[in-house]
Design a protein around this ligand. Structure first.
Ligand code: NAP
Length: 322
């Protein structure tokens, strides 16, 4: 959909609101890579980072599958390197949280927690948030034994026993990381087959500190001031039991962070923004990259690639407007 172009003054008369060529919303691998490419195209992109830089990758202790780092690279370090590289070519970063957007006319209006600004083009790269189990005890005990990040909270479980929920790459990778601290890591998975890739499966199965409980879900997290146990239900037999543990780490997938766009952009029932191979949305001048638009790969390298593509398309779009 083409949108009507209005002059800045028709949007907010007399105010000194910043007007940028390109705003990048989010600073994970997709946003940082878009920033690099857009900066090199001399668009002087402004990256509205949200609360942190690096995205979910920065919550990973070591990333072993990003090309160019044969010995792996720290998640935080990779984000810092991305940022440094983008800044070298003129990208600007601002720790602002985007709270609303107005895409019905250009320049697009973006509201953050501190101000309003205008942008001729936008790339949305706001990533995804971890899913919750939505069982009793989960909210109450978050931060008191319930966690969604092994890299962040593992240290607190030195010498303790923890449960990890999920059967994907995140569950196994984080479970393996937690063996550095915990004496025992029990992975609870709702099926009897893991979704995770072969290398992680092998490492987890060979690790003496890791054991599995198959075909089982957690129905309650028990404890008052701290996690004391989880209530398990075998989905095949229906058997219910309580399992003592000091911590519960939940890695059951993510939901794209696209709530604020769903009235203006085409978003599917899982929250993924519709795009084509050229990172375009249904609004001309609004592009997407990374987990907000990726239901299939969700890797650091694919997000970075999408970010580069979105920046190239935004550059072409802006050139065509001149
Ligand atoms: P995921 O691949 O979607 O796996 C989620 C896991 O949680 C699945 O095993 C799923 O079970 C289980 N699950 C979902 N909802 C559940 C519920 N309500 N209760 C209990 N279990 C539930 O998510 P992910 O592991 O976070 O990975 C996300 C993406 O990032 C993937 O593409 C992955 O490859 C990538 N990633 C890659 C790496 C790496 O390459 N080293 C590391 C981390 C993540 P089912 O299997 O039965 O569906």
């Amino acid at each position: 959909m083409d949108v009507e172009m209005k002059s800045q003054s028709t949007i907010e008369k007399g105010s000194e609101i910043e007007h940028v060529k390109l705003a990048i919303l989010g600073a994970g691998p997709a946003g940082l890579s878009a920033a690099l490419y857009a900066a090199r195209a001399e668009l002087e992109p402004l990256v509205l980072t949200g609360l942190s830089i690096g995205g979910q990758a920065s919550l990973t202790h070591t990333i072993e599958n990003y090309p160019g780092f044969p010995d792996g690279v720290g998640g935080v370090e990779l984000g810092e390197l991305f940022q440094k590289q983008a800044e070298r070519f003129g990208a600007r970063f601002s720790f602002e949280l985007v709270t609303a957007v107005e895409f019905s006319h250009r320049p697009f209006k973006i509201t953050t927690d501190g101000r309003t600004l205008l942008a001729d083009a936008v790339i949305i790269t706001m990533g995804a948030n971890p899913n919750h189990l939505n069982v009793p005890g989960e909210t109450e005990l978050t931060g008191k034994g319930v966690s969604y990040c092994g890299t962040c909270d593992g240290w607190f479980f030195r010498g303790k026993e923890v449960v990890v929920v999920g059967g994907g790459d995140s569950a196994l990778e984080e479970g393996l990381f937690l063996t550095r601290f915990a004496t025992k890591v029990t992975i609870v998975h709702r099926r009897d087959e893991l979704r995770a890739g072969a290398i992680l499966q092998r490492r987890a199965q060979e690790n003496d500190k890791i054991s599995f409980i198959w075909d089982t879900v957690i129905t309650d997290i028990l404890g008052t001031d701290a996690v004391e146990a989880v209530r398990l239900k075998n989905v095949k037999t229906g058997a219910v039991s309580d399992f003592k543990t000091d911590g519960v780490f939940i890695f059951i997938g993510h939901t794209p962070n696209t709530q604020i766009f769903k009235d203006q952009l085409e978003v599917d029932d899982k929250g993924v923004i519709a795009t084509d191979q050229r990172m375009k949305t249904n609004i001309a001048g609004v592009f997407v990259a990374g987990e907000v638009a990726d239901a299939h790969y969700r890797q650091v390298v694919t997000s970075a690639g999408m970010g580069a593509g979105a920046a190239i398309e935004a550059t072409r779009f802006l050139e065509a407007q001149e």
